[in-house]
Design a protein around this ligand. Structure first.
Ligand SMILES: Cc1ncc(COP(=O)(O)O)c(C=O)c1O
Length: 400
């Protein structure tokens, strides 16, 4: 009898974590490495949020709470959805989990049966396909391309839906491409979804607040109220308030689904950390200055990175609308050989040679389901980004 489960054998460990670990190891060994792999803001959690957490500890808010969130936080989430997204949810339609990741996973575990398909646009966040596999479903893919800014078209969506499609995962702004759908682009997709009543929509709005210029963020249930009864609108405080370590994510959706997700959570982790819930409450109800400030910094860094990368021979980098990632194509580098003698057969070879030879850690595109590309997380200082882009340029100039 095999000790490990067959399901686990189908799942791969997170490549983004692997790159971060590799960069950390090289640094520990004394190498000069710039890590652009990690998907988290480099800013500290705002003080008002930290203080709310300290107050929660000091006033004894350190016990189990209701499994899927304290009532005050659920109310604050309802208010947030109404205020920012024009979505009306009752507290019974809200669930709070240990990060957005757990919320998405709960939904998949609560709903997937063998044979059920989950349609995922590529490039995708690395965890979606593996979470679907862990939950017993089958991931299917529809590919964006650089010409459409890595967004899928309504025609592609229509063609990719099958009678077995149970969920469509929508992520805008996207990790890894930073692409965000305008209201019109999203409406064209929701029109398709209206024609397929068996498909539920999992909207992962984690990067909602990181959109630049005059781009307006919208979410499917807002753009097409006809989808409200089969949409799970997911969000969290990790990226918006620099709270990745606090582990709080949340979602709004139909009562029956929310209840089923609570059942999964009640038999796995129970409530998310009590102290973090009070911190998230302050994040959603307190001053929102951090959002404006961080957005300004990320927009400046996006512009810096995009223009620097477009001067590198063999690289083309479109300008994304949001998040803190860029997803340049390295089509022009494939087939060449690096100064260190590595043949660049694919994006994994590119990323690995770049790290070994020029000390920049990026994540290769195959990890996100679309090649030949790599992802840069520009959630690091302007100085580090400038130096990293100079090293990438030197690497590309050395390709023969
Ligand atoms: C697209 C996307 N969704 C969800 C998450 C999960 O966020 P968390 O579990 O920290 O709330 C991430 C984190 O990287 C992400 O990039």
């Amino acid at each position: 009898m095999a000790f490990l489960s067959d399901t686990l054998a189908r799942v791969k460990p997170s490549p983004t974590i692997a790159v971060t670990n590799k960069a950390r190891e090289l640094k520990a060994a004394g190498r000069d490495v710039i890590g652009l792999g990690a998907g988290e803001p480099d800013f500290d959690t705002p003080d008002n949020i930290k203080k709310a957490a300290i107050a929660a500890i000091e006033s004894g808010k350190t016990k189990y709470t209701a499994v899927d969130g304290i009532p005050e936080l659920k109310q604050a989430i309802c208010d947030k959805f109404a205020r920012e997204n024009g979505l009306s949810y009752k507290p019974s339609q809200i669930t709070v989990g240990t990060g957005g990741k757990q919320v998405l996973y709960n939904a998949l575990v609560a709903t997937l049966n063998p044979g059920d398909e989950v349609l995922i646009p590529a490039p995708y966040w690395v965890s979606y396909p593996d979470m679907v596999l862990l939950a017993g479903g089958t991931p299917t893919f529809v590919e964006g391309n650089m010409q459409t800014g890595y967004k899928i078209t309504p025609e592609q969506l229509e063609a990719a839906i099958t009678p077995k499609t149970k969920w469509f995962i929508f992520n805008s702004p996207s990790n890894p491409s930073g692409a965000a759908y305008s209201r019109e682009e999203l409406k064209a997709l929701t029109d398709v979804l209206m024609r397929h009543p068996q498909v539920w929509i999992m909207s992962d709005d984690m990067y909602e607040h990181l959109v630049f210029g005059d781009f307006e963020f919208t979410t499917p249930a807002q753009v097409e109220p006809g989808l409200y009864d089969r949409t799970l609108t997911c969000n969290g405080v990790s990226k918006a308030y620099a709270m990745t370590g606090w582990r709080i994510g949340y979602a709004g959706g139909p009562d029956a689904l929310i209840k089923a997700m609570g059942k999964v959570q009640s038999q796995s982790t129970s409530n998310p950390c009590s102290v973090s819930q009070y911190a998230a409450l302050e994040a959603l109800t307190g001053p929102q200055d951090y959002i404006t400030e961080s957005k300004k910094a990320f927009e400046r860094r996006r512009d810096l990175v995009v223009s620097a990368l477009n001067t590198c021979p063999g690289i083309t980098c479109p300008t994304p609308e949001g998040a803190f990632y860029v997803y340049p194509s390295i089509a022009g580098c494939i087939g060449k050989t690096s100064a260190g003698g590595v043949k660049i057969v694919d994006d994994e070879a590119f990323a690995s040679a770049l790290l070994e030879e020029n000390g920049v850690a990026v994540v290769f595109g195959a990890a996100f389901g679309l090649s030949p590309n790599f992802r840069i997380s520009y959630a690091t200082s302007d100085a580090q980004l400038t130096e990293a882009c100079a090293r990438i340029k030197a690497f590309c100039e050395g390709l023969k």
